[in-house]
Design a binder for this molecule. Structure first.
Ligand code: PLP
Length: 502
């Protein structure tokens, strides 16, 4: 075993990992990366098929981001946001606010144009009612970005007299991070049950999981279940019922919390078009706020929009924007720095900000912060990443990659153990089942997802499963050929572990 692997085995405790299994085999020790490729200590190369747990956007060792970090490093690496402003964080906050509001502002400006399609009109109407995201609170991780949103929404609901003990509604299989507040909003039994005694109670409502929806009357087909489902939007009605019931109890929800377009850690559960817009309207109709957890979906991950992209400048970077909704809180992290450094942000509205203004002695201050809040190196990396995202070359590369990924994935349908293939932009979840005709799931104890990913790693493609769902999330710099290879290696991995037929 390599010396570094031995040290890992002796001293490191890995996240979300059964360490007994981990210690049973030599770990891959990564030492370098370039573009979509990672290299281990033995010189073997791998494709980074989940973008290093959904963080990396433009590839590893990107010259522009490297240069930006080096430039900042030559000035100062970190100074405290407690009491001081800094250059890259000020610039970044302004850029994030512009990016979060841009498509709405443009749609409003163009709303006189009668040729506008239905979707931009909805965007404009929504934006007309909803105030823009105008303030940025920096932190370090997705979990902390969600803690900040949670605390702000809680305090906002109390200060505006909406509720004395504000309650939150989130989705079945929601994942919003691993700190105690974020866990309280989550509803993945496997992860969260153990800590039930430590958590505050949040309510849950059914997620739009078309493939396993009890209201979907369609027989299994060889297609994304969202495209052949037969239902009456019962999932939306459930949200309405939940809000109405809570209102009747005299304690309306403070906020609805959602990962827009696709629930990541829940199993890459992709929402049918229109779901988000409807549930946000319901929440707003009941006076609740909307907290969008875009920790995974942010920064172009959910795809370039077809109709609305007229110039690189108007490009959609956030999942909410595809559905024309503007949240009251927007939490971003993973891809914020292009996947280089831990940094996160929570954007919110003037109304929320104003609720924390007052004379010092009123103690309305938001008493929350972290040592590395607004870290200068992270902010410099994030600025460089945003520059890349807004470049025409990046938008074009992403469109090309999306166009390659879709047909590549469809080559998996002949496998009898592929039940559903859900793709949203550059996120794909492939759900493995015992038999596609019955949708019967594998027992988690069989570790089917883990075994398939191990087989893929042996063939030089790295990713991580969520139970029986295999995730493909290439960095944006991946070439169409690399995307093809990721899918082909997945196909071979499935065949190796499960065979070609039942
Ligand atoms: C990863 C993730 C988080 C938590 O982010 P960390 O940086 O791991 O703390 C929260 N929400 C979503 C949707 C995520 O994917």
């Amino acid at each position: 075993m390599h010396k570094l692997a031995r040290l890992d085995h002796r001293y490191v405790w890995h996240p979300f990992t059964q360490m007994r299994d981990w210690l049973a085999r030599e770990p891959i020790v990564l030492v370098a990366g370039r573009g979509a490729v990672l290299r281990d200590v033995r010189g073997r190369e791998y494709l980074d098929a989940n973008a290093s747990i959904w963080t990396n956007l433009h590839g590893h060792n990107h010259p522009r981001i490297n240069a930006a970090i080096r430039r900042q490093l030559g000035k100062v690496a970190h100074s405290s946001a407690l009491g001081f402003a800094n250059e890259p964080a000020s610039l970044l906050a302004a850029r994030l606010v512009a990016a979060a509001n841009r498509p709405y502002a443009e749609c409003e400006m163009r709303s006189a144009d009668s040729s506008m399609a239905a979707r931009p009109k909805a965007v404009a109407q929504e934006a007309g009612r909803q105030s823009p995201l105008s303030r940025v609170f920096f932190s370090d991780d997705g979990s902390t970005a969600m803690e900040v949103a949670l605390k702000l929404a809680y305090e906002f609901a109390r200060r505006t007299g909406r509720s004395r003990r504000p309650r939150f509604l989130s989705l079945a299989s929601a994942y919003h991070g691993d700190t105690v507040g974020a866990v309280s909003l989550g509803h993945i039994d496997l992860f969260h049950r153990a800590y039930a005694g430590l958590l505050f109670k949040s309510d849950t409502v059914m997620a739009p999981y078309c493939y396993r929806c009890p209201f979907n009357r369609a027989k299994p087909e060889r297609a994304d279940a969202r495209d052949y489902r037969r239902c009456n939007w019962e999932c939306v009605a459930k949200v309405e019922q939940q809000f109405t019931a809570q209102q009747r109890r005299g304690d309306p929800y403070a906020a609805l919390v959602v990962e827009p377009l696709v629930q990541g850690a829940g199993g890459m559960i992709a929402q049918p078009a229109g779901w988000l817009r409807q549930v946000v309207q319901i929440a707003r109709g009941h006076g609740a706020q909307f907290i969008a957890d875009e920790v995974m979906t942010g920064f172009g991950r959910t795809g370039t929009s077809k109709s609305e992209v007229r110039s690189a400048k108007s490009e959609i970077l956030f999942a909410c924007q595809h559905e024309g909704v503007l949240p009251d809180f927007l939490a971003v992290a993973k891809g914020l720095t292009g996947g280089y450094l831990p940094m996160a942000a929570t954007l919110t509205t003037p109304a929320v900000f104003d609720a924390f203004l007052g004379d010092y002695a009123e103690f309305k201050t938001f008493f929350h912060g972290h040592s590395f809040t607004a870290n200068q190196l992270g902010a410099a990396a994030a600025l460089a990443s945003l520059d890349l995202l807004h470049s025409a070359a990046s938008a074009q590369a992403r469109r090309r990659l999306e166009a390659a990924l879709a047909p590549a994935l469809s080559k998996l349908w002949p496998l009898p153990n592929v039940g559903d293939i859900r793709r949203v932009g550059l996120v794909a979840g492939i759900e493995l089942v015992k038999d596609w005709r019955t949708r019967e799931p594998f027992d988690l104890r069989d570790r089917v997802g883990i075994r398939v990913c191990e087989a893929m790693a042996r063939r030089g493609v790295l990713t991580r499963p969520i139970g029986n769902v295999i995730v493909l999330m290439p960095p944006y710099c991946a070439t169409p050929a690399q995307a093809d290879r990721m899918v082909e290696v997945l196909r071979r991995g499935i065949v190796e572990v499960l065979g070609r037929r039942r």
